[in-house]
Write a protein of this length. Structure first.
Length: 456
């Protein structure tokens, strides 16, 4: 009986830990950043944000390198989309349906209310544990185990029911946001259809009983529940934005070319396809395969169709830069930076090219460009790193240390960030903006270190 008493609470805690861990989104995936992709996702998000009563850029869309078909929110006003979802969708309208649904989670406060569902499940779990302990004390070890198991099942059922209710609420909100934005829900239904096909393919039961073991309603149930609302909406027959679809096909091909093996990309986008998406994908495939002449031929063909497209210019500049030809990349990246009004990612690449020329006469321009880049996009560790290089070559060690601290804190290296921030603080003019910023970064680093110690 003593052994049973020691094991039962441990078993309860272990099972409940699985319940907790199984419901939290994993943020370990790497973030994929691309200026063209981010611009499109934000343009797709803007009308939905406005429909929800927010500013157009209030909600940020972040792309994660994960080939599963998923999207989620994890606190704040950020929607995370997996690269696998972009690959699975055929239209921009389908992705907008997903964004509308996730916006429903944000506006419904579902992440904040997560604790409500967990609290109810915890209470059930604790009660079952106490009943099990009481039974064990009375000498009924098997009854104790049964009570524990039933309690854990009830706790899981309570949480899953709560989760499905949140999903249904987000579905309904998504319908409303699409409607208020004048966007058809056809893509949303089509995407649920894709998910349903995957459920069939992987053998997920479609029986009513299967619903109770899922965090999400069955896709077929969602389609049945939502299609009447979508079809009754005045926006049902509104054609999707053709320019948005054109842009989506480009970024989808770009993503494929960037992530897939070159051989797979060339099989998927064979040489006889001469549209922009195919050339985009092949340019990345050839570049990854170190076939630079072919990569540049594809970028030249793209630029010939639109000499002022900043993303075509950026791509050719990137290929040249990474081929060891930074001087040739400069005019392309300079123009792309200008055309995108100093987009932080493109400007960061331009600044890197200026440094890579190893010409000290380019350092002043590199500093100007990189300061503008981090001013537009502070969460850009690459640009911060390059700015630190510029300051180091100029002999401005305190600002080089501050820039390094900025880069390190965003790269998950709080110890090194703290060291650089404190060194910068000691050398910068007291009371200056940079001195104050060094203190801020040091505080961030200490907070991260304290959280890490608490977890350990």
């Amino acid at each position: 009986m003593d052994v049973t008493l020691r094991r039962l609470p441990a078993l309860a805690l272990a099972l409940f830990a699985l319940l907790l861990l199984g419901t939290r989104p994993v943020l370990a995936q790497s973030v994929l950043r691309d200026a063209e992709t981010e611009a499109l996702l934000q343009d797709m998000m803007a009308p939905l944000s406005e429909a929800a009563g927010l500013q157009p850029n209030a909600v940020e869309v972040v792309l994660l390198n994960d080939n599963s078909i998923n999207a989620f929110v994890a606190g704040g006003q950020r929607i995370y989309i997996h690269s696998g979802l972009i690959g699975a969708a055929e239209t921009a309208n389908e992705v907008q349906g997903v964004l509308a649904h996730e916006l429903g989670h944000i506006q419904g406060g579902h992440i904040v209310r997560f604790s409500e569902g967990m609290s109810a499940a915890t209470n059930i779990s604790i009660l079952s544990m106490l009943v099990g302990v009481a039974a064990a004390l009375a000498g009924a070890g098997e009854a104790a185990m049964g009570a524990m198991a039933l309690g854990q099942q009830a706790a899981m059922g309570s949480f899953l029911s709560f989760s499905r209710a949140q999903e249904a609420s987000a579905d309904a909100a998504g319908v409303q946001y699409l409607s208020d934005a004048g966007i058809t829900g056809k893509g949303s239904l089509t995407f649920f259809g894709r998910l349903q096909n995957l459920e069939y393919r992987y053998g997920f039961s479609q029986d009513d009983d299967a619903t109770f073991s899922r965090t999400h309603p069955l896709s077929g149930d969602r389609i049945s529940r939502l299609q009447a609302d979508y079809k009754a909406d005045p926006a049902w027959d509104t054609p999707p934005d053709p320019d948005q679809q054109r842009r989506f096909e480009r970024i989808k091909a770009k993503l494929y070319g960037y992530l897939a093996k070159p051989a797979d990309t060339l099989a998927h986008y064979p040489a006889y396809l001469n549209d922009a998406p195919a050339r985009y994908a092949r340019a990345y495939a050839y570049h990854k395969d170190a076939r630079m002449d072919l990569a540049l031929a594809e970028t030249d063909a793209l630029i010939a169709t639109d000499p002022d497209d900043p993303y075509f210019l950026e791509l050719k500049g990137q290929v040249l830069l990474e081929s060891g030809r930074p001087q040739e990349a400069l005019p392309l990246l300079r123009q792309a930076t200008r055309l995108t009004n100093n987009n932080g990612l493109i400007a960061g690449t331009f600044g890197h090219a200026l440094i890579a020329t190893e010409d000290s006469r380019n350092l002043a321009e590199a500093e100007q460009v990189l300061r503008a880049a981090v001013g537009r996009d502070r969460e850009n560790p690459f640009a911060w790193y390059q700015l630190g290089v510029v300051y180091g070559q100029q002999g401005d060690i305190p600002r080089a240390q501050l820039a390094s601290a900025e880069q390190l804190i965003m790269s998950g290296q709080p110890s090194a960030a703290l060291q650089n921030a404190e060194a910068a603080e000691h050398s910068l003019p007291e009371g200056s903006a940079d001195w104050l910023r060094a203190q801020d970064v040091a505080l961030q680093a200490r907070a991260q270190l304290e959280r890490a110690r608490a977890r350990d």
